[in-house]
Design a protein around this ligand. Structure first.
Ligand SMILES: Cc1ncc(C[n+]2csc(CCOP(=O)(O)OP(=O)(O)O)c2C)c(N)n1
Length: 573
């Protein structure tokens, strides 16, 4: 911890008590501290470095927690965490029981609202302001929104409502030209050329454009923002990664999300170089499919980097669409593509697919369109925590008529699954977890497969996805335990599952057990009037899984070999 100003400035009121001349030093210390923290534990460095002066100005002018600062996503707010009492614990960031990855009202009264997904701040902020007015409570509300978040429809729904309302919502547009990668679409150009006209035409008082690193200018503009009796937008230009050369020089993401690195040169301490991930394997199979079939195109909502599609975009610039932080649009756009004869593969994280649920139901499943969903980060995600867990996709997809939900065990499975998906007449989802691939494994057939057979199994692990490998380990020394990789959560391979149901069954999935694959198996057994002992293993249905290390969390949820063995023994007892 810093012995300088930061050692004693541990609350917004302490920020306000400083002499204005001390603020540049405070900002410099905040930056140094952020760089040191992320070097040690990793995190969302780039956006947080860019927002240092902005956060100091906001805490200087507005009086949290009476005034509410609602940060969009929350990944840019590490300086806010440092200034609101969390500095001593910041090196526990994103770890189990440690400081939260994003903002969390349970962690601090200065975190006005929790988030993790983009584009919510304007709507949430307006709601808080409306409730305050209704209850005659004092205090202003400021929504801090990135230019990337302005590519999402939800932000525009909020602007539409806020600009027309009489409520003096304050919006700070933190414009660094970047989403995770460079911002895409027509909005970035509008912000460069027509920001004032745009916001004024929607009914906002417009203030800007201000250099977000020129403190006195920024403070002055923030004071004007605070005084506005009307809804107002302050357009601030910031530099993502500011103050740390390796981030500033990172042409792709400006140090958006870093693992631990060397302070000297920003080199990652644990390089994954050479270790392919599930994302890499999926995109490899996708690339081969695109090479074979000119109808195949790929869609990503602003996640070229995370979904390992940068190379694919370079290879097929016209056939890979980055549509911005716009999941609803990504799915409806895919529906249009499929309707007109293309074969879209919508590559999307499980957690962000949630936002597009009506598009999945109404625009894809109902017309029965052959949209393929490549669902990344399905299952426990680790450090990004509760907002990002890929827990619900199996439950919310498998219930839709005509939907196929599949999961590979090995990277080698992707080619076969994609080929099958491309031959399908309707929607087809392929879900896979975050992380590196297991050692290469066999892939034959396209229905369920026995990973371990037993002539007369007393118990079968019915698994979905790579957890089949944990089940193989759990069953290794038991001649009467079998493992069936179901491969599909929908439709179920009924014959094989009914064969397994002659003994006890433990279903295993990296997804919520409420309504998930295990539930599907129970529905089948009920429909066939089969009574056998069943245990369901997966992510809990009655609570959210917070941040921590994914492997540890899986073990705590009983989803490792030891946990599977325990559950099986208990079931048989
Ligand atoms: C709904 C949703 N989609 C995707 C993401 C992944 N994501 C996290 S930060 C980010 C970029 C946000 O850009 P911007 O709003 O400009 O903020 P900046 O990082 O530039 O400060 C994205 C796409 C997300 N958090 N939420």
């Amino acid at each position: 911890m810093s012995a300088g100003l930061l050692g004693r400035v541990d609350s917004p009121s302490a920020v306000r008590a400083l002499d204005e001349a001390q603020l540049p030093q405070l900002c410099a210390e905040l930056r140094d501290e952020l760089i040191a923290i992320c070097a040690q534990v990793g995190g969302h460095l780039g956006a947080s470095l860019g927002a240092v002066e902005l956060i100091v100005a906001l805490h200087r002018v507005f009086k949290s927690p009476v005034d509410r600062l609602v940060f969009d996503v929350g990944h840019q707010a590490y300086a806010h965490k440092l200034l609101t009492g969390r500095a001593p614990r910041m090196r526990t960031l994103r770890q189990a029981e440690g400081v939260a990855p994003f903002l969390d009202p349970l962690e601090s009264e200065h975190d006005a609202f929790g988030a993790g997904h983009a584009c919510t701040a304007i709507s949430v902020g307006l709601g808080i302001l409306a409730a305050k007015k209704h209850a005659h409570e004092p205090g202003q509300v400021v929504a801090v929104v990135g230019d990337g978040a302005l590519t999402g429809g939800l932000s525009f729904e909020g602007l539409n409502n806020a600009g027309f309302s009489s409520l003096p919502l304050k919006i700070v547009l933190n414009d660094n030209g970047m989403s995770i990668s460079h911002n895409v679409g027509a909005v970035p150009r509008m912000l460069t050329e027509h920001s004032r006209a745009f916001f004024e035409s929607l009914g906002f008082t417009w203030l800007g454009t201000v250099d977000g690193h020129a403190l006195s200018e920024l403070l002055e503009a923030t004071r004007r923002l605070a005084k506005s009796p009307r809804p107002a937008v302050l357009h601030v230009r910031t530099q993502k990664g500011r103050g740390f050369a390796p981030a500033e020089d990172d042409g792709r993401t400006r140090g958006h999300a870093m693992g631990p690195y060397e302070l000297r040169d920003g080199k990652l301490v644990r390089s994954r170089a050479g270790q392919a991930t599930f994302s890499d394997a999926f995109v490899g199979a996708l690339q081969r499919a695109m090479e074979r079939d000119p109808r195949v195109v790929a869609v990503t909502p602003a996640m070229l980097e995370g979904s390992a599609m940068v190379g694919l975009k370079a290879r097929f610039p016209e056939r890979v669409f980055d549509v911005g932080i716009a999941e609803q649009h990504a799915v409806a756009f895919s529906a249009g593509l499929a309707h007109a004869g293309a074969r879209p593969v919508c590559c999307i994280y499980s957690t962000f697919l949630q936002r597009a649920y009506d598009q999945i139901v109404h625009d894809v499943a109902l017309p029965g369109l052959p949209v393929i969903f490549g669902i990344d980060r399905a299952g426990v995600v680790g450090a990004d925590g509760a907002t990002h867990q890929g827990a619900y996709d199996v439950a919310f997809l498998r219930n839709l008529p005509g939907m196929t939900v599949a999961a590979p065990v090995w990277g080698e499975d992707f080619d076969g699954l994609l080929t099958e998906a491309l031959a399908a007449k309707g929607p087809f989802a392929i879900r896979f977890p975050r992380g590196t691939l297991p050692a290469p494994g066999g892939s034959e057939g396209t229905r369920s497969r026995w990973l371990k057979r037993s002539s007369k199994p007393a118990l079968t692990f019915l698994t979905l996805g790579p957890l089949g490998l944990a089940a193989m380990e759990a069953a290794r020394d038991r001649s009467d335990w079998a493992v069936l990789d179901a491969r599909f959560a929908a439709p179920l391979d009924e014959g094989a599952i009914l064969e397994a149901a002659r003994g006890a069954i433990v279903t295993v999935e990296d997804a919520t057990i409420h309504g998930g694959f295990g539930s599907a198996v129970l529905e089948l057994l009920a429909a066939k009037k089969i009574a056998t002992r069943v245990a369901l293993l997966g992510m809990p249905g009655d609570r959210f899984v917070r941040h921590g290390e994914a492997r540890t969390q899986r073990a705590q949820l009983g989803l490792d070999a030891a946990g599977l063995r325990r559950a099986a023994e208990e079931l048989l007892r």
